[in-house]
Ligand binder design. Structure first.
Ligand SMILES: Cc1cc2nc3c(=O)[nH]c(=O)nc-3n(C[C@H](O)[C@H](O)[C@H](O)COP(=O)(O)OP(=O)(O)OC[C@H]3O[C@@H](n4cnc5c(N)ncnc54)[C@H](O)[C@@H]3O)c2cc1C
Length: 167
């Protein structure tokens, strides 16, 4: 393991350790960020041609035995910020859906109950539009903070995303 200033970089790390089915060959590089700022710095330091994949809880992934070329970023247990502000819940991508559902219920907020049944992270739920019991992730999201390969953050409202889709 290579300790960077904050996050951890593991070389040839078997991805079977990070998927629900416990299968999958090694990632050339697996990075576990130590928070958003650290991830921003890491992404901006990567070669622009470097293949890059994100993993949440690995519950919707089948990784081949040959593994993954390039860099895999593990979000689960890495970006875990969860807070409430003005009747809105702010959850970082590595928070589990079950934890988010429980947190929202404790704040007497309705709408995220279905997330208790999804064995994934918030990032994975957004990527897959995970849903069950009649609820869907994107139906309960108001805005997302995206991060690009330059480490730049952008706050996007779901309303503007929908407009982009129909244009
Ligand atoms: C037993 C079981 C029950 C399930 N039940 C349901 C169900 O009821 N409803 C349902 O919808 N799904 C269900 N699933 C599927 C799975 O749990 C969901 O798709 C879940 O949203 C995956 O989240 P994850 O964090 O595990 O994502 P992963 O499996 O880690 O990744 C899935 C995809 O999302 C991408 N991704 C993950 N995090 C990020 C991120 N931060 N940024 C960008 N891309 C990202 C990955 O690259 C990958 O393409 C179930 C799975 C299992 C094993």
């Amino acid at each position: 393991m290579v300790q960077t200033s904050t996050g951890s970089l593991l070389l040839n790390e078997p991805l079977a350790r990070y998927t629900s089915w416990r299968v999958g060959g090694p990632a050339e590089r697996l990075y576990i960020p130590a928070g958003l700022e650290d991830l921003r710095g890491f992404l901006s330091s990567l070669d622009k041609q470097e293949p890059l994949v994100f993993i949440g809880l690995g519950s919707n992934l089948l990784v081949r035995d040959a593994g993954v070329r390039g860099t895999v970023v593990l979000m689960h247990a890495a970006l875990t910020g969860l807070r409430m502000d003005d009747k809105q819940v702010f959850a970082e991508a590595g928070v589990t859906c079950a934890k988010l559902a429980k947190f929202a219920a404790r704040q007497h907020l309705h709408g995220a109950e279905f997330m208790a049944g999804i064995p994934g992270t918030v990032g994975g739920a957004l990527a897959m539009n995970a849903g069950c019991h009649g609820g869907e992730t994107w139906d309960v999201v108001q805005q997302v903070l995206t991060l690009d390969r330059q480490g730049e953050c952008m706050c996007v409202s779901v309303r503007s995303l929908k407009l982009l889709t129909v244009m």
